[in-house]
Design a protein around this ligand. Structure first.
Ligand code: HGY
Ligand code: MN
Ligand code: MN
Length: 408
């Protein structure tokens, strides 16, 4: 007998989780290590324990819910994602992967199926980077991309460090990150793009993800009176930021295939109508599937920032917060996902991820694969993000079959 995903139970869990940090237009705001994140983590731990899992927390706050296998010494087959969100995010980005993992365990329990290797569901700390800028902090430390102490000392705009915030919400664990070897890792996620929906296909077998170069930039000029200082005498950092932003959006189109470059976070100081902003801090998020182009792009971005800052008499400080290389997922895991689809006559297509995921970090330390399901109009990082219960259940079924096959 095989285990069948319960579509309604999966949908119900997603809707209940989405009540934590619910926003007016139907999205969620569950900023990492906030009180909303704590409540969501607590709910996940309760549900996982109710499903017979043991819970462990590591030193960067990653949660590991283990379903025992009959070979306790075997390395686990793992799935997971993140339950932190963008400030105005959707109900499914990240949450789907954690709830799909929980549904896999629940469905196996219903069917009375025990695997040889243990199974684990992970909630990775701060995938989105909306509060501590870096992104993928939990999976990055676990996989050795980021030093634990560096990550713990990252601070938000108010000066609260990751270490403080973890202690405040009670998720400063005691396990050394990365000390649990994975037999394989699979992550289910909404595509966050339009490809699957346009192709009319329920599953994307993800073969890889593009790379990223992200920067935190500070322009320093001089505060001044908006009424009295002639334009030619100004050292206006927001004008400098605007010129850089337009130049970068034009730069993106000059690569083949085109890159994507976003200035998404801007903090103007003193942020007053009638004071010329003497300081502006902003982020640059640039992405491309080719490593050589990423290198060239970093040089071009640096040149543009340097030239404009100089021309406008502004001091430039530019720090790289993320350099993530393009990722190719494990062919064995990609095949396990394709086989799971074929065995259930589920149509699929190979797809490349434009978004970054925890799986992109875990791929460095364990055989890793991803399963995409469509989302409406490809909308994500938006309160209107939406997905069909049917597709979410299909993705969870493919996840279950792939995990059970690898776990034995
Ligand atoms: O930025 C990303 O690609 C991910 O959705 N956090
Ligand atoms: Mn995500
Ligand atoms: Mn996201």
């Amino acid at each position: 007998m095989n285990a069948v995903i319960n579509k309604d139970r999966l949908w119900e869990s997603l809707m209940q989780l989405a009540e934590i940090g619910a926003t007016p237009k139907g999205g969620v705001c569950r900023i990492s290590l906030s009180d909303e994140d704590r409540r969501a983590r607590d709910l996940f731990c309760t549900w996982a324990r109710d499903a017979g899992c043991d819970i462990r927390i590591d030193a960067i706050g990653n949660i590991f819910a283990r379903r025992p296998g009959n070979d306790a010494a075997a390395a686990p087959v793992v799935t997971g994602s993140h339950i932190d969100s963008q400030p105005l995010g959707g109900k499914f980005d990240g949450a789907y992967g954690v709830m799909a993992g929980l549904e896999v365990v629940r469905a196996l329990n219903d069917a009375g199926i025990e695997t040889a290797a243990p199974l684990e569901i992970v909630d990775w700390t701060d995938e989105e980077g909306a509060r501590f800028a870096a992104g993928c902090i939990g999976s990055g430390v676990f996989s050795g991309h980021r030093d634990l102490n560096d990550a713990l000392s990252l601070s938000d705009a108010e000066g609260t460090t990751v270490a403080d915030a973890l202690r405040e919400i009670g998720y400063a664990g005691d396990i050394a990150p990365g000390s649990i070897p994975f037999k394989a890792y699979f992550e289910a996620h909404i595509e966050q793009g339009p490809v699957l929906e346009a192709a009319g296909l329920p599953i994307g077998t993800v073969i890889g993800a593009q790379g990223q170069r992200c920067f935190m930039v500070t322009l320093t000029g001089v505060d001044g009176h908006a009424g009295t200082l002639p334009m030619a005498k100004r050292q206006d950092t927001f004008v400098g930021t605007a010129k850089i932003t337009v130049a970068l959006s034009e730069l993106a189109a000059t690569y083949d295939p085109p890159a994507v470059i976003t200035v998404g976070h801007v903090r103007v100081s003193p942020n007053s109508r009638n004071t010329i902003p003497g300081r502006t801090v902003f982020t640059i998020d640039s992405r491309h599937p080719d490593t050589d182009v990423l290198q060239r792009m970093e040089a071009d971005i640096t040149r543009i920032c340097t030239d404009i800052a100089k021309a406008d008499g502004l001091e430039l400080q530019m720090d790289a917060v993320t350099r993530a290389e393009p990722v190719a997922f494990d062919p064995g895991c990609v095949d396990a996902v394709r086989t799971a689809c074929r065995e259930r006559q589920i149509r699929f297509m190979d797809i490349h991820s434009g978004a970054g995921h925890d799986a992109c970090k875990i791929a460095a330390v364990a055989p890793t694969g991803m399963i995409f399901v469509p989302c409406e109009d490809g909308i994500s990082h938006n309160e209107l993000e939406s997905a069909r219960a049917e597709d979410l259940a299909t993705g969870a079924q493919v996840l279950l079959d792939a995990m059970v096959k690898v776990a034995g």
